[in-house]
Design a protein around this ligand. Structure first.
Ligand SMILES: CC(C)(COP(=O)(O)OP(=O)(O)OC[C@H]1O[C@@H](n2cnc3c(N)ncnc32)[C@H](O)[C@@H]1OP(=O)(O)O)[C@@H](O)C(=O)NCCC(=O)NCCS
Length: 173
């Protein structure tokens, strides 16, 4: 049986992907209101953010999405989601690895993100991936009853990873 890696392609996200990505993410999130809207994706495309989807080669099904913003000396992960049917198979890890490669290619020594304290799955992923808690943003996220804080996390990109030979060309897309 082929592995996920050989069955899936990573590519840039386009406007045409938005409905499928939103549908996938709404099912993946604990609550549909946690998911990005079509407008969020449209404005991110307009803003020129780094946006990639992982797509099953045979069915065309989009099984993962990752959005990040370039900063000076840093990258900021804005969103990541994996199809519920493909959970726990390392897809999110793979998408994060593309981001680490982009950090190295852009010589950005750290990657930032925000996450809901209630999102245990994502928290576990980030902690296992070497992100550390840096602080909290009060009332950052909308929640069914009021607002929810965000935990701000940061992962330093190992200086040894910053050598020019470690660049991954397609991560620059
Ligand atoms: C969070 C999310 C992206 C993880 O995707 P995933 O592809 O299942 O993650 P991976 O398979 O790469 O898992 C890697 C790590 O995640 C954690 N993880 C995976 N499944 C888990 C589970 N059932 N319970 C707790 N942690 C789990 C583990 O730390 C795992 O490491 P391990 O394989 O060494 O045990 C996915 O669940 C998702 O799309 N959630 C909804 C959207 C979301 O919350 N995004 C984050 C916004 S900040």
């Amino acid at each position: 049986m082929p592995t996920l890696e050989t069955r899936c392609d990573d590519r840039l996200m386009t406007e045409a992907d938005i409905p499928a990505v939103v549908a996938m993410e709404r099912l993946a999130c604990q609550l549909p209101v946690h998911a990005w809207t079509e407008d969020n994706y449209r404005s991110s495309i307009r803003a020129g953010y780094w946006m990639r989807v992982r797509q099953d080669r045979h069915s065309g099904r989009i099984v993962g999405v990752c959005v990040a913003m370039d900063g000076i000396d840093e990258l900021h992960l804005l969103n990541i989601a994996v199809d519920v049917d493909f959970r726990g198979q390392g897809l999110a890890r793979d998408l994060l690895a593309l981001l680490y490669a982009r950090c190295r290619a852009r010589r950005a020594p750290c990657l930032w993100l925000e996450v809901r304290p209630s999102n245990e799955r994502a928290r576990a992923l980030y902690l296992r991936e070497g992100f550390a808690d840096i602080g909290r943003r009060k009332g950052y996220y909308p929640a069914p009853e009021g607002r929810e804080d965000a935990i701000v996390m940061r992962r330093l990109i190992d200086p040894i990873d910053m050598s020019p030979t470690s660049e991954v060309p397609h991560a620059l897309d």
